[in-house]
Design a protein around this ligand. Sequence first.
Ligand code: DNO
Length: 398
Amino acid sequence: MIECWRWFGPDDPVSLQDIRQTGATGIVTALHEVPNGVVWPEAEIAARREMIEAAGLTWEVTESIPVHEDIKLGAHGWQKLAENWAESARALARQGIKTICYNFMPVLDWTRTDLDHELADGATALRFEFAAYAAFDLFLLKRGGAEAGYSEEDIRQAKAWLEAHTPEDHEQLVRNIIAGLPGSEESYTLEGFRAVLQRYEGIDREALFQNLSNFLEYVVPAAEEAGIALALHPDDPPRSLFGLPRIVGSLNDLKHIAAVSSSKAHGFTLCAGSLGVHPDNDLLEIINALGKRIYFTHLRAVKREADPRNFFEDHHLGGDIDMVAIVRALRNLERQSDRELPMRPDHGHRMLNDLSQTSTPGYPAIGRLRGLAELRGLTRAIDVLDEAKSAGQKRGSV
Ligand code: DNO
């Protein structure tokens, strides 16, 4: 696996020089400063690539070229935006960056309610608490018709959450949900959020799937011609939020989407943490089903709580995820397809010095370094064991 590290560009508090010391060799980044929908200027891509190379690193993966809301909505003019998306992809390919991660989540990218959930060891983690999410939806956002999506008990718990927290906590919750976590392409005010939700009225799962298919029909041929691997990221969390459809969350979803095109350019990001939130998702089955269409991986573990709609991000080898089995399956995949898979330790706890520094939610230096180091050790151990096993089998067969 190619060890990579997400870098948010020159303003990221974790510098390229810091990243060099983690032992990662690949960078995962984007031109976050270019507005959504606009073609990425090739000169700026080249300058960013040179900056990365000057630090002794390689720009391996683009995460993400944002997909404009009008494409997801199939709104008037979406074709022009899809053409711009393809044009950015071509410019990246000309600069040698040929793996592109993207997502198709309506309105919001990844969503958490708590960015500093204190763990027993004093580090903090990202968390999703259903009662807080419902409190936001019902009482802070006051989304029309929201009650219909909740049981009486859910509403009671949401009220209790609201009453147990201060107005400052409520404001913080609003920011956590709609102000845009790192890497999210959009941020909203409450009013703007209500307005964009309204645009999705009438767009159900089927309609959203159709819009994804239309988008793929447009960009996959361009990607194939340029030798690009597109890597669709699953929804995080993999379930509907605010009545919006989400269509990239289960084995069935992924199979359905894979069937849209048999082109090699059409592939996936295996995000263990996002898919792992849903108790029905068997990550090994998903890896088997997607097989050689997996072009990128985010390794991270999640732990579901007593209410299984709640989860927090556990340390990378913990949680409800069998990381040993996942890494082994991915290593097998690499051997079969004879290519290295870019991976990044996804997120990390705020720990040690991270706690006294402003750090980007989910992306502190030391927590991710812990994750990377553990995953690196795990990968080596698996390789050594598997090599010994196959050498033993060979000896046995002569
Ligand atoms: C969060 C990330 C997301 C993801 C995008 C991919 O940490 O996993 O920002 O990168 O959704 O397009």
